[in-house]
Design a protein around this ligand. Structure first.
Ligand SMILES: N[C@@H](CCC(=O)N[C@@H](CS)C(=O)NCC(=O)O)C(=O)O
Length: 197
């Protein structure tokens, strides 16, 4: 979400939610994000000039793109292509890479049974192969250029190759288009402002 706010040049203010203090369960936060997850946002200048609160990153990205008229194509066919790749992150990349990261990084010492790790590793690799195919011959998920779909997908690739240190494990050397896409997104000034190297 912070990448989108920077790309769209919108003024924004961060409120940190400390998971270690269980702040995601406070009544104040739940009134904005009833699923107790980040990201969530309040726009004091929402539709009709009224404040709006939103949770779920896909809904937030679509809202911001429509509010600014940026990073979502205006033509119907391309617009749905964009939504399609955004939903591919919401239903696939986000949950599956996240589960892989749980068993690979956070719960490594919790279980000796390799079943769960292998299940999510296989699914992560499969999703990466879908991305590799899509990104071969084009810079971003949409042929027309960088969009909110990239703002949703790319940070998970960064987490996988960076924070999870799983590049070798998922076969990054067989994913040249995904690797180049990762580097391309990292070069964007808005990305560098919120994700300094
Ligand atoms: N589908 C959600 C996923 C959000 C999500 O899983 N957020 C995690 C952090 S990355 C979270 O808030 N976890 C806190 C918790 O589960 O209590 C979205 O895209 O916004």
């Amino acid at each position: 979400m912070s990448i989108a706010l920077e790309e769209m040049e919108l003024p924004w203010e961060e409120q940190r939610v400390e998971f270690s203090s269980q702040n995601q369960f406070t009544p104040e936060f739940l009134s904005i994000s009833p699923n107790n997850k980040i990201p969530a946002m309040i726009d004091p200048d929402g539709p009709g000039g009224e404040p709006i609160a939103l949770f779920e990153s896909g809904a937030i990205l679509l809202y911001l793109a429509e509010k600014t008229g940026r990073f979502v194509p205006s033509g119907a066919a391309e617009r749905y292509q964009c939504i399609q790749w955004l939903m591919f992150q919401m239903g696939g990349v986000g949950p599956m890479f996240g589960q892989f990261g749980h068993f690979h990084k956070f719960a490594r010492d919790e279980t000796t049974d390799p079943y769960a790790l292998n299940r999510y590793l296989d699914e992560t690799k499969r999703l990466l192969s879908v991305l590799e195919k899509r990104l071969t011959g084009q810079d971003y998920l949409l042929g027309s250029g960088y969009s909110i779909a990239d703002m949703a997908v790319f940070p998970w690739i960064n987490t996988l190759f960076g924070f999870y240190e799983a590049g070798e494990m998922v076969g990054i050397s067989d994913l040249p288009a995904v690797d180049a896409y990762w580097q391309r997104c990292l070069q964007r000034p808005a990305v560098q402002r919120v994700m300094p190297a």
